[in-house]
Design a protein around this ligand. Structure first.
Ligand code: AMP
Length: 420
C-alpha cells in the first residue's frame, strides 16, 4: 500500500479544526500588532541556506532536502523561514517602501531529522521577522508576541528563557576567554564538543552529553562579558517583560553559534513535552542582511513549531474549540421528493447555515442516527403529510421540541431558530 513519506503526516478532517483554530488565533494576534503576512516559495537555491544558517550547523550539514533540478541548479526545500524572508526583503527592496517591515508567516518546513514525538520531516512553523530597527522594544515585542500567542492557544505550563549574546566584537573577546577555560578540559569533552571547540566553540553549550553539561556549568558566561550597549538594552527588554507580567528565566547557556546573531535571544519551552520541549525560539540577527548581500540593517524574529504546540496542548489536556457540529440535518421522508429535498437544503445553505442531507438513500431511522452522529442542532423532516400541506417539521435536537413550519418561509424561521 502507498504510504505518506516517513516523517510526514496527513492532517485529517478531525484535526484540521484544531489547525484552523491555531491559525486564526495566530493571524488575529499578528494583526493586532500590525504584522503583515509574507509567503515565499518552498524551494530556494541551496546557497541561501548554507550561507545564512551556516555550513557547520546540523541543519545544513545533515538535514536539508537538497537536490539538483533538471537545469542542474542545487535546490533546497526550506528548512526555516528567516533566510527566505530576508531574501525576499532584499529582492523586492522592501526597505525602500517602508523603513520598518514587520512580517509574519505560517508555513511548512522540511528537515531530514530522525522522526519522534514532536519531531517531523515536514513540519509547520509560524513566526515573525522584523526588519529595519535596532530598538530593544522590538526584542521585547517579539517575545511578548510569541508568549501571547502560546497563552491564547490555551497553553499553561510554558517557560520563557532569555539571554543576551552582545555584539560581535564583545563576543570575540569572550570566545577567547571561553576557549582558555575549555583548553584545560579538552580531554574530558565529548568528541562532538571537541570538534565544536575547533569550529564553533559557543555551540558546546548546546551539547546534550551530561559530562559536557557539567563542564559548561562552570564555564565563564557570555552575559558577564557584554558590551555596555547590549547590557543596557537587555535591561530595557527585561523591564518591559516584567511590566507586561511575562515570567522569564535568565539562561546563560542559551547561545546561537553564528556570528550574525546579536543581543537578545530567547526560547519558550513546554514543561509538558518530553525531550522535544522547545516550542519556540528566536532573537536578534543584526548581521544577517549584510551577510546575504544587503546594506547593513537590523533584524529580529522568532519561529514556533505548530506540531509541537499541538502536542503540548494535548499533553496539557487543553480542550480546543470545536466547530464541527451541524446547524441542520434534513431527513427525507419520501424518496420521490428528491429534487425538492435538495433545493430545500440548498436554499438554507445559501443563507450560510451548515446543512447536511442524505446522499445514501438511507431509511428515516438511519438518517436520524446520522443526524445525531453529526451533532445536528436541528433536524427538518421533509416529506410526509406535512409536505402535502406545504409544511415541514423542525425538531430541536437539544430540547426535542417540534414545530411545524410553512414551507414558504421555513428558511427564515429556521434561520431564526438556529440563531437563537
Ligand atoms: P528552529 O528553527 O530550529 O529554531 O525551530 C523553531 C521551532 O520549530 C522549534 O522550537 C520547534 O517547535 C519547531 N521545530 C524545529 N524542528 C522541528 C521538527 N523537525 N519537527 C517539528 N517541529 C520542529
Amino acid at each position: 500500500m502507498l504510504k505518506a513519506i516517513y516523517g510526514t503526516k496527513d492532517v485529517l478532517p478531525k484535526d484540521v479544526e484544531k489547525w484552523n483554530f491555531l491559525e486564526s488565533t495566530i493571524k488575529n494576534i499578528f494583526a493586532s500588532f500590525n504584522y503583515k503576512e509574507i509567503r515565499t516559495p518552498l524551494l530556494e537555491e541551496t546557497g541561501l541556506f548554507s550561507r545564512s544558517i551556516g555550513e557547520e550547523t546540523d541543519i545544513v550539514s545533515k538535514e536539508m532536502y537538497t537536490f539538483q533540478d533538471r537545469s542542474e541548479t542545487s535546490i533546497t526545500l526550506r528548512p526555516e523561514m528567516t533566510a527566505s524572508v530576508v531574501r525576499a526583503f532584499l529582492e523586492h527592496s522592501l526597505s525602500s517602501q517602508s523603513s520598518l517591515n514587520k512580517l509574519f508567516y505560517i508555513a511548512a518546513m522540511f528537515r531530514q531529522e530522525r522522526p519522534q514525538a514532536g519531531r517531523f520531516r515536514q513540519f509547520h512553523q509560524f513566526g515573525a521577522e522584523v526588519l529595519g530597527s535596532s530598538s530593544p522594544l522590538l526584542d521585547a515585542e517579539i517575545i511578548i508576541l510569541a508568549y501571547t500567542i502560546l497563552k491564547s492557544l490555551g497553553l499553561v505550563d510554558i517557560t520563557v528563557k532569555i539571554n543576551s549574546l552582545g555584539i560581535t566584537s564583545s563576543r570575540k573577546v569572550y570566545l577567547e576567554i571561553l576557549k582558555e577555560y575549555l583548553e584545560s578540559h579538552l580531554n574530558e569533552l565529548s568528541e562532538e564538543s571537541r570538534k565544536r571547540f575547533e569550529k564553533n566553540v559557543l555551540r558546546i553549550f548546546d551539547s546534550k552529553f551530561e559530562n559536557d553539561i557539567q563542564i559548561m556549568k562552570d564555564a565563564p558566561k557570555l552575559i558577564d562579558h557584554l558590551d555596555d550597549e547590549s547590557k543596557q538594552e537587555f535591561q530595557v527588554v527585561q523591564n518591559i517583560l516584567r511590566s507586561e507580567q511575562i515570567p522569564f528565566l535568565l539562561d546563560s547557556s542559551l547561545v546561537r553559534g553564528l556570528d550574525y546573531y546579536s543581543k537578545t535571544t530567547f526560547e519558550i519551552v513546554s514543561d509538558k513535552v518530553g525531550s522535544q520541549s522547545a516550542l519556540c525560539g528566536g532573537g536578534r540577527y543584526d548581521g544577517l542582511i549584510e551577510l546575504l548581500g544587503g546594506t547593513p540593517n537590523y533584524g529580529v524574529g522568532f519561529a514556533a513549531g505548530i506540531e509541537r504546540i499541538l502536542l503540548a496542548l494535548q499533553n496539557e489536556k487543553t480542550k480546543l474549540p470545536d466547530n464541527s457540529s451541524l446547524d441542520l440535518y434534513v431527513v427525507l421522508l419520501n424518496k420521490e421528493l428528491l429534487n425538492e429535498y435538495y433545493l430545500f437544503a440548498t436554499a438554507l445553505r445559501k443563507n450560510h447555515l451548515k446543512v447536511e442531507i442524505d446522499y445514501l438513500s438511507r431509511s428515516v431511522k438511519a438518517q436520524m442516527r446520522e443526524a445525531n452522529k453529526l451533532r445536528a442542532k436541528f433536524v427538518a423532516l421533509f416529506g410526509g403529510e406535512e409536505y402535502a400541506e406545504n409544511k415541514v417539521v423542525l425538531k430541536n435536537m437539544g430540547t426535542s421540541v417540534q414545530q411545524v413550519l410553512p414551507l414558504e418561509n421555513a428558511d427564515k424561521e429556521i434561520l431564526l431558530s438556529v440563531g437563537s
